[in-house]
Design a protein around this ligand. Sequence first.
Ligand code: SF4
Length: 489
Amino acid sequence: MTGIVCTPLLSEWLVLRGQVPDLVHTGRSSDGGLGPDSGQPMLVAGVAGALSDELEPGDLVVADEIRGAGEPIPSQASPFLVGELRRAGLTVHHGPLMTTPRIVDAPAARRTLAESGALAVDTESALLAAAAPQGQAIAVRAIVDTPDHRLLRPGTLVRGPRALRSLRRAAPAIDAWAAATGDREVVLAGPRSFCAGVERAIEIVERALARHGAPVYVRRQIVHNLHVVRDLERRGAVFVEEVGEVPEGSLVVLAAHGVAPQVRSDAAERGLRVIDATCPLVTKVHTEVRRFVARSNTVFLIGHHDHEEVVGTRGESPDQVIVVADPDEAARVRVPDPQRVSYVMQTTLAVDEAEATAAVLRNRFPALTAPHKDDICYATTNRQRAVRAVARRADLVLVLGSQNSSNSHRLAEVATAEGVEAHLVDDASGVDLRWLRGATRIGITAGASAPPQLVDDLVRCLSGLGRVSVTETSVVDEDIRFTLPREVS
Ligand code: SF4
């Protein structure tokens, strides 16, 4: 059984008692022992003092690392708990927690500790957490006092209960953590994560920054992933919605999803220097559209109406391109001349669904002409094959990717279609701990725009809940690379 330790000061107030019944003990784990041989994950809950006034009484600190007299104790599953608590509406800080032999109250002493990067200080966590297996301790502490609001002052009578209320509200998340602990097998899908088009787009921005310095303007998200965008922002990229926001004469990178010709004209009118990061496989679809339009054909674009790639592709000829989202729309669509019709596809669709839509069109329009080569790209196809294989071996599939990533959504849908529970999350903090309860075989994949590091981070978090063995199910090796545009090559 998992250990949840409620530290002595807290247990006197009986904050959690009744909220997590049978698991809260004073200074003892729920299985009766705290020794290193207990071999179970452990959560330490209690109160603490903040080391800076940026934290407020009642805020929670979840330690990513617990520092005491010995080596720092990593808390590998802490991102799970941080996400769970934030979704419950609590203010949570995630960073190092310091344990000292005595209460540190004086502001100067706290400032000195703060210089180490620690967020808060207590007197017990490191001592208790040392009993947990490596990486499997968690400490959650509610702030009572800060350098400006010291402990031994009358205000503590107000701040103390505020901290305890926060801990009480944290109890369901702590319950969920306890229920999620256990040993597991992780099955990684191969291939997963970055495709050649995404790697190229990111490299273009990186090289533009290295060559021209910040800021480098980028129209829209360079790829549909929050982590990639934030990382490039930190390095000097400035993301804008339209080229009209870019100062005249500046450098602008066009994102991987492609743009309508109108965007290039707008950029030229402003005298912008343009570097095009459109994936060559998206460019291929634009070329097909132009070819079909030149034959005076109506072009069905099978895809999602509002997706940026679809908006850009349709922009090649808005009067002649009709977006068709699904078989129902394919059954209803009307054209001026049924003898002059062609179709193309968004590159990141679910292969089977897109084919079902194309089949309805073929049925209705025998003269329909197809693209020379499949539009759904190699990366989308391979990742869908891989997640299908993994879903057959798993009782839960987690897909890493952002909510605006089409290909990531499709991965979750493909897994679901195999009859397994599947969820799309931006990173480990997006995992609802309740999904993990009873899930002993977890399949993991990542959309083509999600950095591989996110997969490593998620596996590491899972290993904070118990022992994890990792295998990989690979359906194909990928070795595709695209050349860079001359402006940055
Ligand atoms: Fe290009 Fe396919 Fe990657 Fe999109 S998913 S960037 S089309 S390789």
